[in-house]
Design a protein around this ligand. Structure first.
Ligand SMILES: Cc1cc2nc3c(=O)[nH]c(=O)nc-3n(C[C@H](O)[C@H](O)[C@H](O)COP(=O)(O)OP(=O)(O)OC[C@H]3O[C@@H](n4cnc5c(N)ncnc54)[C@H](O)[C@@H]3O)c2cc1C
Length: 650
């Protein structure tokens, strides 16, 4: 079905110009200029509906000098309107709502439109008026498309040499989150904005498109993306069952139902972004081990939206508890907050919530004295297993003394809405409690259950990066030691190489993504890299932490800047130590001693208590990315001493 298209003045005139411009040098295009000119000069646009009348190429051209506004403005050469393409998607992809509004209605269903980039050219998108999809230049720098704006993607993008590379971040999140301080925001110690950095920054030379990668074509060197600018809930971890989830983003909280069909407006436009080099840093999602009811009813804790939900629910439970008709039993359940997973995140969340509740909320709710309770569950026999035995024991004793109930060697069986013992059906009812069932204690009423047990791979890694449609011979660095790509290799079915059981991408020592085939051959890609939680070097894999991810990102940026990937020693992780806040202004700090008399050898191996808390705070202030946030964090912590934490509920 041919798509209709508005064309200024007559089709013949446009064709004439197109023939002219095709011989001319390119300068970029601006859809809005064409649009403005058209609207100023003609109230009635003829509608052009014959697809073969359109020029046969994508591109952007400038006509030579002329008084004709159409000719002096750089303008868009309209793409061939094949029946599978729809006008709306293409124009929307160019990011011009004005044109989209004028355009006739589009063919239904998602269409894929290439983002108008010529490989080797760069779009400057950090300023609003220069959208990545609407601006081109003669830039010959290599385009590095980075998937993800987290520790890996954000750090790498800021370190790449702007002289050599044109980085473009593609992420559903338009900001970076300083995750070590996320627990502080959930407990009102910091504002949410204190720990985020916008990806768009006038001082950085990094482009940005707000969208999620849905696939990669290694042969064509393009990423298939879905725009997520107006998608709801991209700041929260998804909560529906994996198999019911259409995409990775969005809370999708419809209680225990398979995911409902998307709202029409939530369906993002699909488009392609070409790359010269690709870096995959999409992170991980929360692992639930298939525990019934957890994906739908638990809260996860990975992003700003999650922290907001936790804080809001805690405040909600306190307000529900003091309603005159709330029974004493329900009050006790509502004020029992369960955290599953006693790793550093679980411990720090329990500690921060404990401070929030006992120091700030109890002053407001004196009638609830002694009722609130925080319970920490873990299947392991001890907490914080990455710390020395003495530090981990100190953490358990201190937290127990502070009122956190630590239940190690406990196995969570299920989580559902409704009070313990209540008959089914168990529909979501936030006015009441949930029931957490453990093998050891049976049913227990809880006001909230936060699930922080570890990482699973996102759908993009498990499903989109699975089999390879066409073998990317030009991108292959080597196949199992051989540097030539044979025709046989091209024909064999190849898959992305991953760790077993839907694990992360198995990269080589230089963080290069690898493919493997059924014959057991491994092909190393020269222009696709992966780092952070979604990647694992085959040898010497570092832990899935921000510390390791940012080291990988800095290392890769250095290698790319020096153009010596493969010619230096491979990446190796340097353990700088581990810290955890355990509440009441106390913390733990484990300092690694390499035994070689290095910089840390004069320090003790473990520091605990208030000294460690002071170091913890200083370290995180200094590690915060921008000066604005360093100062805001420092001031907020100081202000909290005088005015208490922020108890507001949004
Ligand atoms: C609460 C909390 C506290 C933590 N504390 C510490 C700590 O104190 N010290 C420490 O070392 N580590 C800590 N970590 C771990 C650390 O945050 C992670 O290891 C780190 O974030 C991993 O970085 P990443 O870049 O791989 O992923 P992330 O930082 O998670 O970033 C992933 C990015 O990819 C984007 N994305 C997702 N899907 C797509 C897609 N399809 N297409 C494009 N983009 C996509 C996401 O929106 C996000 O921007 C903590 C983690 C959490 C959750």
């Amino acid at each position: 079905m041919p798509c209709e298209q508005h064309v200024p003045e007559s089709p013949d005139r446009l064709r004439r110009h197109v023939q002219l411009v095709l011989t001319d040098s390119s300068e970029g295009f601006r859809v809005h200029e064409l649009d403005r000119w058209s609207r100023n000069n003609s109230s009635q646009f003829p509608t052009y509906s014959r697809e073969d009348e359109y020029p046969m190429d994508y591109g952007s051209y400038q006509v030579g000098q002329s008084q004709d506004p159409l000719r002096i403005s750089p303008f868009l050469v309209l793409p061939t309107m094949k029946s599978s393409m729809c006008q709306r998607s293409i124009l929307h992809c160019h990011g011009n709502p004005a044109i989209e509004r004028d355009a006739p209605s589009a063919a239904p269903g998602p269409a894929i439109a290439p983002a108008l980039h010529t490989p080797g050219r760069r779009c400057l998108a950090t300023q609003a008026q220069q959208s990545a999809a609407t601006q081109e230049s003669d830039d010959k720098r290599e385009r590095v498309v980075i998937l993800g704006s987290g520790w890996g993607g954000y750090t790498l993008s800021r370190r790449l040499s702007p002289k050599t590379y044109a980085p473009l971040i593609l992420s559903p999140r338009s900001y970076f989150v300083f995750t070590p301080l996320l627990t502080n925001t959930a407990s009102g110690s910091l504002d949410f904005s204190n720990i985020v950095e916008p990806v768009r920054d006038p001082r950085s030379k990094v482009d940005f498109i707000q969208g999620a990668a849905r696939g990669v074509n290694l042969k064509k060197k393009t990423v298939l993306c879905e725009a997520t600018v107006v998608k709801s809930g991209v700041t929260e971890s998804p909560r529906t069952l994996e198999e019911h989830r259409g995409t990775e983003e969005g809370p999708e909280t419809r209680n225990q139902q398979p995911m409902q069909p998307y709202l029409q407006w939530e369906q993002g436009e699909m488009f392609e972004v070409p790359y010269d080099k690709l870096v995959i840093a999409v992170g991980a999602v929360s692992r639930t081990f298939g525990t019934p009811g957890v994906r739908e009813n638990a809260m996860f804790f990975k992003d700003i939206g999650d922290a907001k939900r936790v804080k809001r629910r805690v405040r909600e439970c306190f307000e529900l508890a003091v309603l005159p008709f709330t029974t004493p039993e329900m009050r006790k359940w509502l004020l029992n907050f369960a955290i599953v997973g006693a790793g550093p995140t679980g411990i720090e969340l329990a500690a921060s919530l404990r401070d929030f509740i006992y120091s700030d909320l109890m002053v407001l709710y004196p009638s609830l004295n002694e009722i609130p309770k925080i319970t920490l569950y873990d299947v392991a026999p001890k907490v914080l297993s990455m710390f020395d035995e003495s530090l981990s024991r100190y953490a358990m004793e201190t937290m127990k003394r502070e009122g956190v109930d630590i239940k190690t060697s406990h196995h969570v069986k299920s989580l559902r809405w409704g009070a313990p013992g209540a008959p089914p059906p168990y529909h979501m009812d936030p006015k009441r409690c949930l029931t957490l069932t453990t093998e050891e204690d049976g049913e227990l009423g809880v006001g909230m259950c936060v699930w922080v047990t570890g990482n699973a791979m996102p759908k993009f890694i498990t499903e989109s990066l699975e089999s390879v449609d066409e073998f990317p011979a030009n991108s292959v660095h080597s196949i199992e030691g051989s540097s030539t790509v044979t025709t046989d290799a091209e024909k064999a079915p190849w898959k992305f190489k991953k760790a077993p059981k839907e694990g992360p991408l198995l990269v080589d020592g230089y963080l290069r993504v690898q493919l493997q085939n059924e014959k057991g051959q491994t092909a190393v890609l020269r222009d696709v890299f992966a780092l952070g939680d979604n990647a694992m070097p085959e040898k010497g894999a570092p832990p899935a932490t921000a510390q390791a991810t940012s080291q990988e990102a800095k290392w890769l940026a250095n290698r790319l800047n020096k153009n010596d990937v493969g010619q230096t020693p491979p990446f190796s992780f340097r353990d700088l130590g581990t810290m955890a806040y355990i509440g009441d202004e106390r913390a733990l700090m484990q300092i690694p001693h390499s035994g070689d008399g290095g910089a840390s050898s004069f320090l003790p191996e473990g520091i605990k208590g208030r000294t460690a808390s002071l170091i913890w705070k200083t370290a995180y202030i200094s590690m915060s990315i921008s000066w604005r946030n360093k100062l805001r964090v420092a001031f907020r912590w100081m202000l909290n001493r005088f005015f208490g934490r922020d108890i507001s509920r949004f």
